[in-house]
Design a protein around this ligand. Sequence first.
Ligand SMILES: *Cc1c(COP(=O)(O)O)cnc(C)c1O
Ligand code: SF4
Length: 344
Amino acid sequence: MKAAHSVSDLVDAGLMTPEAGAAVADVAGRYAVALTPYLLEKLEGTSPGDPLYAQYVPSAEEAYTAPEERADPIGDVARSPVKGIVHRYPDRVLLKPLHACAVYCRFCFRREMVGPGGEALSPDELDAALAYVREHPEVWEVVVTGGDPLLLSPRRLTHIVQALSAIPHVGVVRLHTRIPVADPARVTAELVEALTAPDVATWIAVHVNHADELTAEARGAVARLVEAGIPLLGQTVLLKGVNDDAAALEALFRGLVRNRIKPYYLHHPDLAAGTSHFRPTLAEGRALVKGLRGRVSGLCQPTYVLDIPGGHGKAPAAEGWVRPDEDGGYTVEDFTGATHRYRG
Ligand SMILES: *Cc1c(COP(=O)(O)O)cnc(C)c1O
Ligand code: SF4
């Protein structure tokens, strides 16, 4: 099976009727479409209600841009001192070597920047971005994202990871990727080898939104990374119609932990254009997250976060569990809703 890069490829793959394809032609012209051969095979026989289908196959609802939605929902542009770097927190930067992905998620927060023609850094631009990191001794962690950095060749990844490792003040390289669940066969021994270097700790955050994504192939790719000594984190977007119920989140977080991936963040969906049909309310999200406390262990609890529009960074989205009382003590609420007095 060949990769899909257009609506007509999706029609040819039997995932959409020609009429359904025609209805999303405008949307697909605006926001990139791609599916890997691996995912096309997994999607065979599914329909719009399927949690994988909904994440990748364009829908006519994307044509609607809600008034609060923005082209740059998390303010990357405002915080970019040089091309390819976003510097929002003092001790860490994003490094975005490319803007292409193996698949294009319909709710993508960078959907107006990523795509097949999405700019990649030229060798000179990459050098300038690395020089920025070198010249900023406060930068301890470099978050390599994009686009999807695991689309780079092992040779280019080696170059980036080794260059970062050679900067004395950089302690951690964290790569954010969807490849283990989008194209697990790409995680070869050669690719894994490219991700680590002697003088830096490599961490990987894998973007997974539903337990169905943890197929045997994906679990194999994850195991190859873990067995190379790379700690894995899970990054999930809370998505209406995909994972916005307690059972789906429970199955996902158990699946991640069972495969040695620590759930790190559960993101409230960003205000990206044409994504309002995916966005639960914050109150709905909070209720779901609160319900998880009693259902799964602490290992399975990510932090529910909101990326504050305008480039102000992430904030925990959950309501306070602990409320100060007037007498200097606290009221603590448990997972059943009962409250307890606490002094400490
Ligand atoms: C999310 C983000 C980070 C990483 O934040 P953590 O809370 O450390 O995961 C760093 N820089 C930018 C610009 C970000 O958006
Ligand atoms: S993998 Fe990430 S950057 Fe790429 S389309 Fe999906 S959400 Fe966007």
